[in-house]
Write a protein that binds this ligand. Sequence first.
Ligand code: GCO
Ligand code: MG
Length: 421
Amino acid sequence: MKITEVRVIVTCPGRNYVVVKILTDEPGLYGVGDATLNGRELAVAGLLRDHIAPLLIGRDPDQIEDIWQMLFRGAYWRSGPVQMTALAGVDIALWDIKGKRAGLPVYSLLGGKTRDGALAYTHAGGRDAIEVEDNVRKAMERGFRCVRAQVAVPGMEGTYGVGGAKEAASATWASPIRLSRGTVSAVWGDGGPMPPIERWEPSPYLRVVPKLFAHLRSTVGEEVELLHDVHERLTPIQAARLARELEPFHLFFLEDCLRPEHKESFRLIRQHSVTPLAMGELFQSRWDCLPLITEQLIDYIRCDLGHIGGITEARKIAAIAECYHVQTAWHGPGDIGPATHAANVHLDIAIPNFGVQEMVFFPEVVHEVLPGAPNFEEGYLHVADVPGLGVDLNEEAAAKYPYRRAYLPMARRLDGSVIDW
Ligand code: GCO
Ligand code: MG
């Protein structure tokens, strides 16, 4: 069997997605992968079209590991989010082909089911603790046992993760990020010319978040699992303070406290707190994860399968993590495509050390273009028992939604200096 064609399709059914379709010389046998990197889509698409696709033509799609090694090490210039996302797109499509060829779902090729479904979490936000409480309750009524809670912080209205109303809508997706202060130059996904600038300050944030969780525990009770995403914005000592102050509210985990560059600083957080820690959505390979896992500085590794080279890399990370009692919580936001969400769940239900899975409800238009995303039922995600990953591409529908230039927002402190968004 040989790869005959690699199609790279950039489509914008509400958001931009980069889809990799790998065709083979077996009639009708192809794989669908996702190579979406929010805000840098065309760089990944160009790398795939101009440099990677020519290397794949004529190769045996069955040899996933060899192709992975060739693309990772063979370019000499390795790693980086653009290359690792392109590699993920190829990897995910090749696993899809392998499953279809075997007549088996990918989870079966990965060792078979270890659980019936993948425990899922959604997002709830609000302008104040009451609104967050209402949205946590709505998520629970919808069947969620795990909810990520974020609340607006005075002076930072509109900022991701502390923005208020838009967080409430994010559980059901369609929520363009509008600014209520700062330079209003674009909304997320509108193709505007410049990234929107959001505001962020540590002190008000650190005052508000413990109050939110005190409120939630006293109103929604102990049973629902609560999570919180710091989005890489704190310094080590600020993160240690937050983790310590959140201890009485028993979070499932506190996510991505520090910038990905500062792995060693997790030691400091650990010295001060027993709040479970998750980290990794900006990691690019298993080597980024190593010190955090082997020193047991985190409890959940949450790489993005779509940005670390796909299933091949993620299953190795999971295997390393298993040895150190670290569980997985793969990144599952709306700005990665359905094929990556499906890959997440196939891996989740096959590995022994799965922890929790972040998820979104895709709007109808995404289902039209990329049918087959995992299905949510009573707190858990499921994939269809079909050969491969179960996600397809409707090329005619994709063509109706051409690429629109869009950036992720950027953040600045009140004095105007850059802070991590
Ligand atoms: C999450 C994330 C995302 C990212 C987004 C960036 O935990 O879901 O932090 O919302 O911000 O994927 O592109
Ligand atoms: Mg996050």
